[in-house]
Design a protein around this ligand. Structure first.
Ligand SMILES: *[C@@H]1O[C@H](CO)[C@@H](O)[C@H](O)[C@H]1NC(C)=O
Ligand SMILES: *[C@@H]1O[C@H](CO)[C@@H](O)[C@H](O)[C@H]1NC(C)=O
Ligand SMILES: *[C@@H]1O[C@H](CO)[C@@H](O)[C@H](O)[C@H]1NC(C)=O
Ligand SMILES: *[C@@H]1O[C@H](CO)[C@@H](O)[C@H](O)[C@H]1NC(C)=O
Length: 259
């Protein structure tokens, strides 16, 4: 039921549990370099599979920063095994379209993992930024579940999210619309990310998720091309001068290790 979903999201937000960024300004403000204008890309000559690497305060993973010439991304897919996090805090694994070089919108879906007083909990969600994320309480996620996330767009302001439990045949699908035309997608980016997300305007304390691997990742275009994550830019999370992650990519895989 839509109403109960909305109410649950609001309640959780005010309880300060699993709220998502509330405005574009907030999300941009915490993406290192993007707002300050400092160059975030350094040539990573040691890695022959990527052209650039970057660090970010809140994202770790891979971003494909542009689709093949003359096309735009219309889908993004990724599969991962839900980790068992350790250490109080939270993080979120998600697949998305836009949000880097196209900064007015992100269509994304993922799973938050939270450790609070030793208790681990999970929450599946989808979001068409700049609207809030919508939690999906009917899709109960547990450690060890193999979850596939598929985002497809039909227009710049309409898309479908599909969450599948590959351990069973359970799935959730939902048509999603951009909150308004200013959140229309450009299809410039696709990404596979673990995020230190925001709660009430503040980044959550980061939990340790160990190692999370997105497998069978791909981004599709309106012209029928399929692009592998390994062609994208590796982004490591760096906070207070410490690089917290070790990200690698190979073919359709993206491995994001919390160091
Ligand atoms: C680059 O890709 C090739 C082929 O997938 C793989 O064998 C190699 O280990 C990768 N190297 C790095 C640095 O990721
Ligand atoms: C578009 O929707 C977002 C999220 O609901 C909102 O923050 C923003 O102000 C809206 N923009 C316009 C132009 O209505
Ligand atoms: C996925 O399947 C596993 C194994 O059957 C089950 O324990 C879990 O609850 C399922 N999760 C979802 C989100 O369907
Ligand atoms: C991707 O990861 C899977 C699962 O770990 C592995 O079987 C496969 O060989 C990997 N593929 C590449 C191209 O590294």
């Amino acid at each position: 039921m839509k109403f109960s979903t909305v109410i649950i999201s609001s309640v959780i937000f005010f309880a300060g549990a699993l709220a998502r960024p509330s405005s574009l300004a907030e999300r941009i403000a915490i993406r290192e370099g993007r707002k300050s204008g400092v160059a975030i890309f350094n040539t990573n000559s040691g890695n022959t599979n990527v052209t650039h690497s970057a660090t970010s305060t809140n994202w770790a993973g891979v971003i494909i920063q542009s689709p093949p010439s003359g096309s735009h991304f219309t889908s993004a897919v990724g599969t991962f095994i839900v980790p068992t996090p350790s250490g109080n805090g939270a993080a979120s694994a998600w697949v998305g379209i836009d949000g880097d070089t196209a900064q007015n919108s992100i269509f994304q879906s993922g799973v938050d993992f939270t450790v609070s007083k030793g208790q681990v909990s999970y929450s599946a969600w989808y979001e068409w930024y700049a609207a809030f994320a919508v939690d999906v309480p009917s899709f109960q996620v547990s450690a060890g579940d193999q979850i596939r996330i598929t985002l497809t767009t039909t227009t710049s302001t309409h898309g479908t999210v599909l969450l599948e439990n590959l351990s069973t045949s359970q799935s959730f699908t939902k048509d999603v619309s951009a909150p308004n035309s200013s959140s229309a997608l450009q299809g410039k980016n696709a990404e596979w990310i673990v995020e230190d997300f925001e709660e009430n305007g503040q980044m959550v304390t980061l939990t340790n998720w160990g190692t999370l691997t997105f497998t069978d990742g791909s981004a599709g275009t309106n012209t029928g091309s399929s692009v592998a994550p390994s062609t994208g830019t590796i982004v490591n999370m760096e906070q207070d001068g410490r690089v917290l992650t070790s990200v690698s990519t190979s073919g359709s895989n993206v491995t994001i290790q919390h160091k």
